[in-house]
Design a protein around this ligand. Structure first.
Ligand code: UFG
Length: 342
C-alpha cells in the first residue's frame, strides 16, 4: 500500500519512512529539499537495504502533486512538509501562512478530487500554550498561539476539523507532537538542524561535540523542582511508530468523515537540567553550560496525557530519555563536518 510522505526527507519524516517499511507499507517521499538533504536518502537506503521512491516537489505545486497522485495512487498521506522555525515565522509570517496552510489546502483539494481519504497531520503541543492542568489532555482549550508557526498548526487543525465536519470523505488524525528527540539507533539518520539549533537536544550534542562553545540554559527561576522548564521528550522512533499505528487505525475505520487530535508524548516531564544530566550519563561527556535568562515565548511546563493514544490507537511510547539521548549522541558522533549544516 503506497503512502505519500510529504517532508519525508526531514527529521520526523525520514524516521517514519523506516517505520512504515518495517510495517509493510510502501512510503513515497515528496520533499522539496528546502530544509533537508539528499544524504538522508542514502541513510534510508542503508537502513532498509533498498531505495525509497522520492519525488522532488513543493506541496504547494498543485500540478506536480496531481501528477504524483496520478502515478502513485496512494492510500493516504502523512503530511510533514512545513516550515518550522519559530523565530523566522515571526519575521516572515506570510511565508509561513502561504507555505504551511497553502500546502495543506492544496493537498486536501487533490485528496478530495482523487478520493484519497486518509490523512495524518503533523500538529504540535504548541497549540496548548501553557495549559492549566498537567498532564494536558486533547480537550484542553487551545490557547492563542505564541508564534506564527504555532498559529499555522492551530489553524491547520481547524481547517481539517471543518473539512471533516462538512461531511467530506476524509479520515484525518492530527498528531500533536511533544518534543521529538533522538535518532535511528543505526546512527544513519537523525536531526540535521541548519545553523544554530533552536532546540535543546541538538544544541547539547553539538556543544558536546565541540561545535558550540557552551549551552545556555534558558531560565532557572521557573516554578519547577529544579527551576528549569519541563517538557515531554519523545524518541523520534516512538513518534514515527505512532504515525504508522495512526495510519493503520484510519485505514481500518469505516467512517468517511472522521477527525481526531491525539497527543504523542511519553506522559513524563523532564526538566532542562534532567536532560543535561541524562545526556552526561548517556554520553560520558561533561557538558559546558551556563544559566541565562528565560527565552521569550517559552512555557514553564508541558507534558502529555497519553491516555487517548493508548485507548484509541493502542500506541504507547516504549523508549526512555536515556535511550533517546544515547541515539542522538551516536548520530552526532557519526556526522561528518561537511554534512552537519552548522
Ligand atoms: N532550551 C535551553 N537552551 C537551548 C534550547 C532550549 O535551555 O539552547 C530549553 C527551552 O527553554 C525549553 C526546553 O529547552 O525549556 C526545550 O526547548 P526546545 O526549543 O527544544 O523545545 P520547545 O519546547 O521550545 O519547542 C517545541 C517544539 C517546537 C515548537 C515549539 C513551539 O519542539 O517545534 O515547541 O513553541 F516550535
Amino acid at each position: 500500500m503506497n503512502i505519500l510522505v510529504t517532508g519525508g526527507a526531514g527529521f520526523i519524516g525520514s524516521h517514519t519512512v523506516v517505520a512504515l517499511v518495517e510495517a509493510g507499507f510502501t512510503p513515497v517521499i515528496v520533499d522539496d529539499f528546502s530544509n533537508s538533504e539528499r544524504l538522508v536518502l542514502d541513510g534510508l537506503e542503508k537502513i532498509l537495504g533498498r531505495s525509497v521512491s522520492c519525488y522532488e516537489a513543493d506541496c504547494n505545486d498543485a500540478a506536480a502533486m496531481r501528477d504524483i497522485f496520478e502515478r502513485e495512487k496512494p492510500a493516504g498521506v502523512i503530511h510533514f512538509a512545513a516550515f518550522k522555525a519559530v523565530g523566522e515565522s515571526m519575521a516572515e509570517p506570510l511565508k509561513y501562512y502561504r507555505n504551511n496552510l497553502g500546502s495543506l489546502i492544496t493537498l486536501l483539494e487533490i485528496m478530495q478530487e482523487t478520493g484519497t481519504p486518509n490523512l495524518i497531520f503533523s500538529s504540535s503541543a504548541t497549540v496548548y500554550g501553557q495549559p492549566e492542568h498537567l498532564p494536558v489532555k486533547e480537550d484542553s482549550p487551545a490557547q492563542p498561539a505564541m508564534s506564527v508557526y504555532g498559529n499555522t498548526k492551530r489553524i491547520g487543525e481547524e481547517i481539517l476539523r471543518d473539512v471533516a465536519a462538512a461531511g467530506k470523505p476524509f479520515k484525518i488524525i492530527s498528531l500533536r507532537y511533544f518534543n521529538p528527540i533522538g535518532a535511528h539507533p543505526s546512527g544513519l539518520i537523525g536531526e540535521l538542524p541548519r545553523g544554530v539549533p533552536n532546540n535543546l537536544v541538538p544544541f547539547i550534542t553539538q556543544t558536546a561535540a565541540g561545535l558550540r562553545p557552551q549551552l545556555s540554559v534558558f531560565g532557572d527561576d521557573y516554578d519547577t523542582p529544579d527551576g528549569t522548564a519541563i517538557r515531554d521528550y519523545i524518541h523520534v522512533m516512538d513518534l514515527a511508530e505512532a504515525h504508522v499505528t495512526a495510519f493503520q487505525h484510519l485505514a481500518a475505520r469505516p467512517e468517511t468523515a472522521l477527525y481526531e487530535a491525539v497527543n504523542v508524548g511519553t506522559g513524563e516531564g523532564a526538566s532542562v537540567m534532567q536532560v543535561i544530566r541524562s545526556f552526561e550519563a548517556a554520553s560520558g561527556q561533561k557538558l559546558n553550560f551556563h544559566i541565562s535568562p528565560r527565552r521569550p515565548g517559552d512555557v514553564e511546563a508541558v507534558y502529555a496525557d497519553v491516555g487517548k493514544a493508548a485507548r484509541e490507537l493502542g500506541w504507547t511510547a516504549r523508549r526512555s530519555l536515556h535511550e533517546a539521548l544515547t541515539d542522538a549522541w551516536r548520530w552526532q558522533c557519526g556526522l561528518r563536518k561537511e554534512d552537519a549544516r552548522i
